[in-house]
Design a protein around this ligand. Structure first.
Ligand code: UTP
Length: 297
C-alpha cells in the first residue's frame, strides 16, 4: 500500500550568491514577489497538496525565515484595533500550527542531497516531498498537488520535469527517458549537470520531488557528485539501479527560476500582472516601456 505524503522538506541552506549583496543579510526565500516572500508561495503549494509537516533545512543567517512563521501579537492587535480585517486574514496564512514546523541546521553547504539528508531523523519509513522555494510555479492546480495525484498511480519516486532549450540543459539534472507516457515519463537514468553535448534528453528536473524513503538511505552513503557536492539527483538515480521506479512528471504551469535575477524579475512582472489591484497600472507602464524601447531602436 502506498503511504500518503504528509511531510515536506524545504532546503533553504544555500548561500544565495547570485543575489549578493541582498543575501548578505536577508535569506533569498524572504525576497518578495509583489508582497509575498518566495517561501509563502512554497508553503501554500505544499498545503494545497495535503502536506501537514514542514521541515526547513536552514543555515546561518536565516533567522528572518524562522520569525516569518511566528505569530506577531503586537502587529495583529494593532490591525484589529484599526479594523483591518483583510490584512489580518492575510497574516493568518503565515502562521503555522504548533509542532507543524521544524528547523534543522545544515552546518555547511555541501549540496542539495546533503541538505535533504540533514532531515533524516525527522522521517519515518515514509515517502516525502522536497520543495525548492526558488522555483516558483504559477499553475491553476498547484504543481505539488498535480504530482501527488500522479504519484498515487505510479508510486516509486517522482521528479517535476520540463523541456528546456538545448543550450540551457547542462545547468540542470536531466532525465534519460525510458518510456514517454505524456505527462508521466518513466526514467532509465538521471544525470546532474551533464557536460554540453552529453545530455540524455532536454527534459530537466526542477525543484519539486516526491521521494521514496529509500532515497534517504541512498543519501547515507554521502557520495559527492557534480561540482563536488552531494547531489540529490544521484541518490534518486541510484533507485533505478536498485530496480525501483523513478518517474518524471511534466506539470501544467509556468515555472520561474527565482534563484536567478532574470527569472525573479520575470516572475515579479507576471505575478504583478496577475493581480487585479496592480494589473492596469503595471500593464500601462510596461506598454509605455516597450513602446519607448521600440522607438529608440
Ligand atoms: P542553488 O543551487 O540555487 O544554490 O540551490 P543557492 O546557494 O541557493 O544559490 P546560488 O547559486 O549561490 O545563488 C538550490 C536549492 O538548494 C538549497 C538552496 O537553499 C536552494 O533552495 N541548498 C543548496 C541547500 O539547502 N544546501 C546546499 O548545500 C545547497
Amino acid at each position: 500500500m502506498k503511504r500518503k505524503v504528509t511531510k515536506a522538506i524545504f532546503p533553504v541552506a544555500g548561500l544565495g550568491t547570485r543575489f549578493l549583496p541582498a543575501t548578505k543579510s536577508i535569506p533569498k526565500e524572504i525576497m518578495t514577489l509583489v508582497d509575498r516572500p518566495l517561501i509563502q508561495y512554497a508553503i501554500d503549494e505544499a498545503r494545497a497538496a495535503g502536506i501537514k509537516e514542514f521541515i526547513f533545512v536552514t543555515s546561518r543567517g536565516k533567522s528572518a525565515l524562522e520569525d516569518y512563521f511566528d505569530h506577531s501579537p503586537v502587529l495583529e492587535q494593532e490591525l484589529r484595533k484599526k479594523g483591518k480585517d483583510e490584512l489580518l486574514e492575510t497574516l493568518k496564512n503565515t502562521n503555522m500550527d504548533s509542532g507543524a514546523i521544524a528547523y534543522i541546521r545544515q552546518h555547511k553547504a555541501l549540496g542539495l542531497g546533503h541538505a535533504v539528508w540533514c532531515a533524516r531523523r525527522l522521517m519515518q519509513n515514509e515517502p516525502f516531498a522536497v520543495i525548492l522555494p526558488d522555483d516558483v510555479i504559477a499553475a491553476e492546480k498547484p504543481c505539488l498537488q498535480q504530482m501527488v495525484e500522479a504519484y498515487e498511480e505510479t508510486g516509486g519516486s517522482m521528479v517535476a520535469a520540463m523541456e528546456v532549450p538545448k543550450d540551457k540543459v547542462s545547468a540542470y539534472g536531466v532525465l534519460d527517458v525510458k518510456e514517454d507516457m505524456g505527462s508521466i515519463v518513466s526514467v532509465n537514468g538521471m544525470v546532474e549537470k551533464p557536460a554540453p553535448g552529453t545530455e540524455p534528453s532536454n527534459l530537466a528536473v526542477i525543484g519539486r520531488y516526491i521521494l521514496s524513503p529509500n532515497v534517504m538511505r541512498n543519501l547515507n552513503k554521502k557520495k559527492t557528485g557534480a561540482g563536488g557536492e552531494i547531489q540529490l539527483t544521484d541518490a534518486i538515480a541510484e533507485e533505478i539501479n536498485q530496480d525501483r521506479g523513478v518517474y518524471g512528471f511534466r506539470f501544467r504551469g509556468q515555472r520561474y527560476d527565482c534563484g536567478s535575477k532574470a527569472g525573479f524579475l520575470q516572475a515579479t512582472v507576471a505575478f504583478g500582472l496577475a493581480r487585479e489591484d496592480l494589473r492596469d497600472e503595471l500593464g500601462a507602464y510596461l506598454d509605455e516601456m516597450v513602446a519607448s524601447r521600440r522607438a529608440a531602436e
